[in-house]
Design a protein around this ligand. Structure first.
Ligand code: 5RP
Length: 222
């Protein structure tokens, strides 16, 4: 099974997972990335079962709309039962690294609102300890050099994501070589650096369930 086929399989599994939870008032939170895109295409097949979606990026909003799925502003939504999104890495405690696609801030906001966060991945994303994937940090542009110097003090090696601007008008530093042994503490510490909007560690609010595609089938990890 190719990686694309695994993404497709986990997207279908995610739709089956959420289907019993939906009703015609339901709002579905939808993440960003290639796995989330597969999910959106599958979600469109059951669009008659729910009211609409909240998107974690402009790209996701466009894809949802192209399928005729109503996209709501998060401020219009009082309750969201479920948020479905991919990840760049996940560990055995369902802590995540996200933001490879640069949508981490909106993803974290939508995840915070949702009652249940369902993470959809293929098995290449499974690690024992987070940190092989460079940790994305969204930064206010004028704080980029300051935050980079602070990240070096934390033993990280920040790299400016050249030519990339987030949907919020900010920049991304991808931080290599971080020792992520305490994901919750590091998430909080990085968020406390002045000029940081958010970072790609999803540990204080990790996934509630991970659906992981393997060549043998989709596993459910809780
Ligand atoms: C985007 C993300 C994505 O969920 C993450 O990068 C995984 O993407 P893909 O499904 O394409 O591997 O966090 O900001």
């Amino acid at each position: 099974m190719t990686q694309d086929e695994m993404k497709q399989a986990v997207a279908q599994a995610a739709v089956e997972y959420i289907r019993p939870k939906l009703n015609t008032d339901s709002i579905v939170g939808v993440g960003t990335g290639s796995t989330a895109n597969c999910f959106i295409d599958e979600l469109a097949k059951i669009k008659h079962l729910f009211d609409g979606a909240v998107a974690s990026s402009e790209a996701t909003a466009e894809r949802l709309k192209s399928h005729g799925i109503e996209v709501y502003d998060l401020n219009e939504v009082n309750q969201m039962d479920v948020y479905i999104d991919g990840a760049d890495e996940f560990d055995p405690h369902l802590n995540l690294v996200k933001g490879g696609g640069g949508a981490l801030t909106r993803e974290k906001i939508v995840a915070a609102v949702a009652k249940e966060f369902v993470c959809i991945v293929d098995s290449s994303k499974q690690v024992d300890i987070l940190g092989d994937f460079p940790l994305p940090v969204e930064v206010i542009p004028m704080a980029r050099s300051y935050v980079a110097r602070e990240l070096v003090k934390l033993q990280g090696v920040p790299e400016y994501r050249e030519g990339f601007v987030t949907d919020n008008g900010n920049v991304i530093l991808d931080v290599y070589d971080l020792d992520i042994l305490s994901p919750k503490a590091l998430e909080t510490k990085l968020n406390n650096l002045v000029g940081v909007v958010t970072n790609g560690l999803f540990a204080n609010r990790g996934a509630d369930v991970v659906l992981m595609a393997t060549p043998e089938g989709v596993e459910t990890l809780k």
